[in-house]
Structures are given as structure tokens and as C-alpha cells.
Design a protein around this ligand. Structure first.
Ligand code: NAG
Ligand code: NAG
Ligand code: NAG
Ligand code: NAG
Ligand code: NAG
Length: 203
């Protein structure tokens, strides 16, 4: 007896369901750990907010990215670093795509130089002024917007976007050229990577 359309759909759905189930079981068995991001150094050589809300900045950040997994290769296809000051985005730069093998560490450097118009809230403006008099700016942050593929053993995923990697609450001293300033903050800050091998949109 030939299969009716409804029966064909049923079969297709069952196949898709079984496939998804297998893939999730596979991920659970492989159980990849999140990739780890650390900010190892952050420097500011300019951070002037002028009266017309224009921020002149020179902000450089070193980041190490470590893939702790023995059986996972990560292919970074798009890396955007986004700089924030107290929940105001002021710049974004693209970094060079790279591949990361088993248990490898990659060193990245994001350089944000330029000017941008930001609207600080009155409270934040007060904080900016206090921080300027002390010479250390708080609540700087760098987020990473990524698009990756990953190879689990022999199975290569399609492209997906992990959750935003968030390197928050950086306190960075301003380095003045006259030498009378604090050294760069080179204490290591761990970034939040969430569920790295899951698409942030849930597909
Ligand atoms: C940060 O990167 C710069 C340029 O690559 C390098 O000279 C400096 O030593 C790095 N700092 C740290 C703490 O890794
Ligand atoms: C930023 O401030 C520094 C020191 O206060 C000053 O030397 C520099 O000219 C200022 N830059 C701009 C673009 O306002
Ligand atoms: C802001 O003011 C500076 C001078 O203080 C000027 O050079 C700059 O063009 C102004 N920017 C805007 C967006 O009006
Ligand atoms: C990086 O990964 C490659 C495989 O892709 C491996 O051959 C190499 O030894 C790794 N490097 C380090 C420093 O672990
Ligand atoms: C800098 O120092 C502060 C503590 O003073 C810390 O909270 C912050 O995470 C440090 N690291 C960086 C890279 O800013």
C-alpha cells in the first residue's frame, strides 16, 4: 500500500527527531568544556570626554583564548570585539579569524582608537569625573561577538554564534605620557563565556 502524505511527514519528523536526539546525546558524551577567555592586560592612554559628549579614546586589550578540549577544534570565522564604558558602547573592531586546535591557546589584541559620541547618564558622568581625578576608569568592558564552527571528533558543525563573551568590570588606569602615572593593569580577569558550544539563538 503506498504511503499517504501524512505518513511521509510523520516519517520525516521521526527521522529529524532521532537525528537531533543523537546529536544531543553525542554532545553530552563528548561534553566539551567552554573555551576560556582572559583579559591579561588593559591599557588606556587617552580617555577624554569633551563637553559635546565626544569621547576620545585609546584603549588596548590583550586577551588569551584557550581551548581546553582534547577532541574539539574551533574555527573562529568572525570575531568582533566591542568596547563599553558603563553600558555605553563606544567602539567595535574586527579581529583576524583563526583556527584553534586541541588544547591550544591563542593571543589576541584588540586596539580601540578614535572618538565616538556617548550619552552618559548624570550619575555616570559624576563617576567619570571622579575617576578622571583619580586616574583610574572603572566599568570598562570588552565583549566578543563570535561566529564559529566546531569539529567534535570527526563531526563538523555548521556555523553558529556562541553567547556573547563578556569581559566586564575592567578597571584601567590612564597612562599619561609624562610618566607620572600608574602602570598598566596587568592583573588577569576571566571573561564569562556561558554555554560556549550552544547557539545563542537556540538553533
Ligand atoms: C600585550 O600585547 C603587547 C603587544 O602584542 C605585548 O607587547 C605585551 O607584552 C602584552 N602584554 C601581556 C601582559 O601579555
Ligand atoms: C585629553 O586630555 C589630555 C590630558 O588632560 C590632553 O593632553 C589631551 O590634549 C586631550 N585630548 C583631547 C583630544 O582633548
Ligand atoms: C566636539 O568638540 C570638539 C572640540 O572640543 C570638536 O573638535 C568636535 O568636532 C566636536 N564634535 C562634535 C560631534 O560636535
Ligand atoms: C595546537 O594544535 C595543534 C593541532 O591543531 C597541535 O599540533 C599543536 O601541538 C597545538 N599547540 C599547542 C601549543 O598545544
Ligand atoms: C584591574 O584591577 C581591578 C582591581 O583594581 C580588577 O577588578 C580588574 O579586573 C583588573 N583587570 C583589568 C584587566 O582591568
Amino acid at each position: 500500500m503506498p504511503c499517504k502524505p501524512r505518513c511521509i511527514y510523520c516519517t520525516i519528523y521521526i527521522f529529524i527527531f532521532i537525528f537531533m536526539l543523537c546529536f544531543f546525546l553525542f554532545l553530552i558524551i563528548i561534553n566539551p568544556s567552554s573555551v576560556k577567555f582572559y583579559v591579561t592586560e588593559a591599557t588606556l592612554t587617552q580617555f577624554n570626554l569633551t563637553s559635546n559628549n565626544t569621547l576620545y579614546y585609546n584603549f588596548k586589550v590583550n586577551i588569551t583564548v584557550t581551548n581546553p578540549n582534547k577532541h574539539v577544534i574551533v574555527y573562529y570565522r568572525m570575531i568582533k570585539a566591542i568596547a563599553w564604558y558603563k553600558d555605553n558602547e563606544f567602539d567595535r573592531v574586527s579581529l583576524t579569524p583563526f583556527d584553534q586546535g586541541y588544547k591550544n591557546t591563542t593571543f589576541l589584541r584588540a586596539v580601540f582608537v578614535g572618538q565616538s559620541v556617548i550619552m552618559l547618564k548624570p550619575k555616570q558622568l559624576g563617576e567619570y569625573k571622579d575617576e578622571t581625578s583619580i586616574g583610574i576608569y572603572n566599568d570598562l568592558a570588552v565583549n566578543f561577538d563570535l561566529r564559529i564552527r566546531a569539529k567534535f571528533g570527526r563531526i563538523k558543525s555548521r556555523r553558529f554564534s556562541p553567547p556573547f563573551v563578556q569581559c566586564r568590570r575592567l578597571s584601567v588606569p590612564l597612562i599619561l605620557m609624562d610618566g607620572k602615572s600608574a602602570p598598566p593593569n596587568s592583573s588577569v580577569t576571566r571573561c564569562n563565556t556561558g554555554n560556549f558550544f550552544q547557539d545563542r539563538d537556540g538553533y
